[in-house]
Design a protein around this ligand. Sequence first.
Ligand SMILES: Cc1cc2nc3c(=O)[nH]c(=O)nc-3n(C[C@H](O)[C@H](O)[C@H](O)COP(=O)(O)OP(=O)(O)OC[C@H]3O[C@@H](n4cnc5c(N)ncnc54)[C@H](O)[C@@H]3O)c2cc1C
Length: 310
Amino acid sequence: MAEVLVVVENGVKKVTLEMLTIARGLGSVSAVVFGEADTAKLGEFGAEKIYVASGEDVDGYLVAPKATVVAELVKQVQPAAVLLASTQEGKEIAGRLAIKLDNGLLTDAVEVAADGTATQVVFAGSTIVKSKVTKGIPIVTVRPNSVTPAPSAATPAVEQLTVAVTDADKLTKVVERVAEQKGSRPELTEAGIVVSGGRGVGNADNFKLVEELADLLGGAVGASRAAVDSGYYPHQFQVGQTGKTVSPQLYVALGISGAIQHRAGMQTSKTIVAVNKDAEAPIFELADYGVVGDLFKVVPQAADEIRKRK
Ligand SMILES: Cc1cc2nc3c(=O)[nH]c(=O)nc-3n(C[C@H](O)[C@H](O)[C@H](O)COP(=O)(O)OP(=O)(O)OC[C@H]3O[C@@H](n4cnc5c(N)ncnc54)[C@H](O)[C@@H]3O)c2cc1C
């Protein structure tokens, strides 16, 4: 069975496990990692081989060397497909890889069939497109939160790659790395529970209420674009078409109307709960449970009930 390369650009994340799950349907799974990575986790989700590229030539520069490493590996092992994450970095590696190999590329897939056909959900979820790379092998980027990661244990063989990058790959050097200050909350795109606030929350101070509910539930905080544009919450927490895509077990929408662009980022959530004072708000068309009411009355009561049950 031909190998399928899964590119792990920045440590093992949920999307990595999703890609491994998809890749198992395409061939024998090989992960490509840069520097340190949780090899045990990769094995747990079916990686039979792990190619490791490390050293200053990979670590000290931006994405160009990574694309070169993957391109050389593709020439060497002739894989059946290459999967990358639909992240900023994953997409840039994919674009460079496709150019280097003179190969087709599909981005933002939510599914890849055994014959390489990729499924994309476009126009804010209203249209489903099935596409196939017609030149070369399928190089496909996978949108985070597309599939449920399923373990399938394998004992991976680890192979160290010889990295040979060109001067052209070294034009943008990393001069400093600053670790992002992370709170105790889970990462938005990886969280099992997300509590989001919209314009209805009213101001930045009131977002404490959203945070409080999220913390009680052990979830992440999200926000609508209207909320972030109004300065209630930082932009990196925006959920939707032009924000993050989330697919938690539970999504709680507080004071969010449910515009199509917001839905595009959360409509695959397993259970959706909405609190909105307008009974006609479109979010109720999508919600599994809806409360028509003032969030400033509903949320403190819900928080009290959750506390009692803890
Ligand atoms: C190209 C494009 C891309 C976009 N991308 C995104 C995106 O990624 N994410 C996104 O979210 N939006 C996006 N938008 C914007 C989107 O169209 C909506 O404008 C936005 O989602 C509205 O946010 P909202 O629901 O918070 O605000 P509103 O639509 O103003 O809704 C606020 C809601 O709060 C309710 N409310 C008010 N007070 C209370 C209260 N006290 N208690 C309970 N309910 C209350 C109201 O009834 C109302 O339903 C995009 C738009 C465009 C054109």
